[in-house]
Design a protein around this ligand. Structure first.
Ligand code: N01
Length: 544
């Protein structure tokens, strides 16, 4: 890629940019557009060879949106909204990757992006009021501002089974999928993991594999996606409603088109309740999870009602009741972990070529050159798919050596848990802004991305207009925000369950203890807090 300026000058002194953005995914691309509008000289450092972030790396079979396509795209560009035709209500990964490439082309973004540049370290220089950012290939770049656009689910993790390197077949992690298509036809395939990635992979691979063996440690509660194609006429109608769609996303709890029902589970008769649950189960998208009775995720009895309802659906859809029981979660209630959306996922287990292995009862003990060994059997396979997830939230930060003021590392500061001001700033790390840092609102992520990019850009604009060069979050403001983060998590049933949402990853040392790892309040509450800071003249941020 050609970038605007040479990467190093002759004296090996790194070139000074106004801003460096780490990552060319959805947030990095939009941030670059805004930085250019501010007239700032920006460089984006991207580990991959193309743009797209999540939609660049996750090209596993069946990968697609769980948010409605038209609620997911950027909202800031009316021309692009008028031009783009989403082919399905939940678009597949290749289409989203094409979409983000279209954005990169339209705004001529690639000239500011240095690809194949995995950032390994970033250090603050107080005297020079600048960050020095280094990449795996030895590149060094300097900038006044550092903006991380490194994602919340972007650091893939592998299990630590003995013998993994000895496997002679093909092995892939869903989040590091190769660009060349992988052919499953006639192959014996193993999928390890049954989160959202595993579920999407399994239902696709089952179509062509000779034999598919699924290794499930913890079943998840899945619900039907009800995807459908979008014709020209329907797309025109969607385009006409874009204002309404984005206004809706702005007011809902997690920026989805769905939001909790205003009623509690036991406010209605059993008959009304069942009718409502049936309606949600038959509806497109996340309605059953985020559009359900408002006490479903806090009231144990209410949660039992919806869990029993979905369990019965699984029993109806899976023929072998022994398999059905294995697929029904027993250690957590519906919605207390991320609900994977599925298309005939449960029916896959009725196919003669698919076997479910309970890898909690009979754990995987070893990978051999020819397959997988468990405590009671051996499975010979040609392909192993690791759908084993990510070192989520702070994981992408942990693999970069961030050094702030006085050489203090971010790891040290976050030793007892990550802290932040609205997920975007940290004390001791001046001029560093985290677009999807811990404690930002997640949900339908592009909506949060647009807000965060605009918030950071407004702060940069404010600094520019007032001749300010340094911004640092103050401890009292961080403490107040973290009190709020901890407060809103109280009483949530999800806090009683191990998952990436509670900061647990069985494959990463030191990440076994559940804690408030993310912001669980509403997106409107998050925005109100962040906007309040800006409206009070960046109260809680020392600006000089
Ligand atoms: O990862 P996960 P994911 N031995 O952590 C199992 C987003 N996403 O990539 O639960 C055996 O959910 C692990 O078992 P357990 C979405 O937010 C979005 O699927 O730890 N098994 C689990 O089953 C999602 O929540 C979309 O017992 C092991 C699985 O691997 C997030 O990304 C699509 C194991 C990991 O599940 C992460 O989803 C895909 C081991 N050592 C993802 N280690 C869409 O929007 C792990 N597992 C469409």
């Amino acid at each position: 890629a050609i970038i605007e300026t040479p990467v190093r000058d002759a004296t090996a002194e790194a070139v000074l940019f106004d801003a460096i953005v780490v990552g060319a995914g959805m947030s990095g691309l939009y941030q670059l557009i805004r930085l250019r509008e501010l007239g700032l000289r920006a460089l984006v450092l991207e580990a991959g060879t193309g743009v797209g972030g999540t939609w660049y790396w996750n090209r596993y079979p069946g990968c697609r949106f769980d948010s409605e396509s038209y609620s997911y795209g950027y909202s800031f560009d009316r021309e692009l909204l008028a031009e783009w035709h989403w082919s399905e209500h939940f678009a597949p990964q290749p289409e989203t990757e094409r979409y983000l490439n279209r954005v990169a082309d339209k705004y001529d973004l690639r000239r500011s992006i240095r690809f194949r540049s995995r950032v390994t370290a970033a250090a603050w220089d107080e005297a020079g009021l600048s960050w020095t950012v280094t990449t795996e290939d030895g590149g060094a770049f300097r900038s006044r501002f550092l903006i991380t656009a490194i994602g919340a689910l972007s650091s893939p993790t592998m299990p630590n089974f003995p013998g993994m390197d000895s496997f002679r077949g093909q092995a892939f992690h869903t989040g590091l999928w190769p660009k060349e298509p992988v052919d499953f036809a006639g192959k014996r395939v193993a999928v390890i993991g049954t989160g959202a990635s595993g579920v999407q992979t399994i239902q696709e691979v089952a179509k062509t594999a000779a034999q598919l063996t699924v290794f499930q440690r913890t079943p998840n509660w899945c619900a039907p996606l009800h995807n459908a194609t979008i014709g020209a006429e329907e797309m025109a109608a969607i385009r006409a409603r874009y204002d309404e769609i984005f206004a809706r996303c702005e007011e809902t709890f997690s920026c989805f088109l769905h939001t909790p029902d205003s009623r509690n589970t036991f406010d209605v008769t059993e008959e009304e309740r069942n009718a409502f649950l049936e309606k949600l189960y038959a509806e497109r998208g996340f309605g059953i999870w985020v559009g359900n009775f408002k006490d479903m995720l806090t009231n144990r009895e209410a949660n039992r009602v919806i869990s029993d309802f979905v369990a019965n659906k699984i029993r109806q859809r899976v023929k072998d009741q022994r398999v059905a029981e294995l697929l029904i979660p027993k250690n957590h209630g519906f919605g207390t972990r991320r609900v994977p959306l599925e298309t005939r996922y449960y029916e896959v287990y009725n196919q003669p070529n698919v076997t479910l292995v309970d890898s909690r009862a009979t754990p995987i003990t070893r990978i051999t050159p020819t397959g997988i060994e468990t405590s009671d059997a051996t499975y010979d396979v040609d392909i192993i798919v690791y759908a084993t997830g990510f070192d989520a939230l702070r994981g992408a930060f942990d693999r970069i050596d961030f050094r702030g003021r006085d050489g203090v590392t971010l790891k040290q500061v976050w030793d007892h848990g990550a802290t932040s001001l609205v997920g975007m700033l940290e004390h001791g790390f001046p001029n560093m802004f985290m677009l999807l840092g811990p404690h930002t609102a997640l949900g339908n992520i592009p909506r949060s991305i647009e807000f965060n990019v605009e918030w950071v850009s407004a702060l940069l604009g404010h600094m520019q207009a007032n001749g300010l060069t340094r911004a640092e979050a103050q401890p009292a403001a961080i403490a107040a925000w973290m009190d709020h983060v901890n407060e809103v998590a109280k009483g949530l049933l999800s806090m009683e369950v191990d998952s990436w949402m509670t900061g647990v990853n069985i494959n990463v040392a030191g990440k076994q203890v559940r804690h408030v790892a993310r912001y669980t309040g509403s997106a409107p509450a998050y925005r109100a807090w962040a906007n309040g800071i800006a409206e009070r003249g960046y109260d809680g941020i020392a600006l000089t």
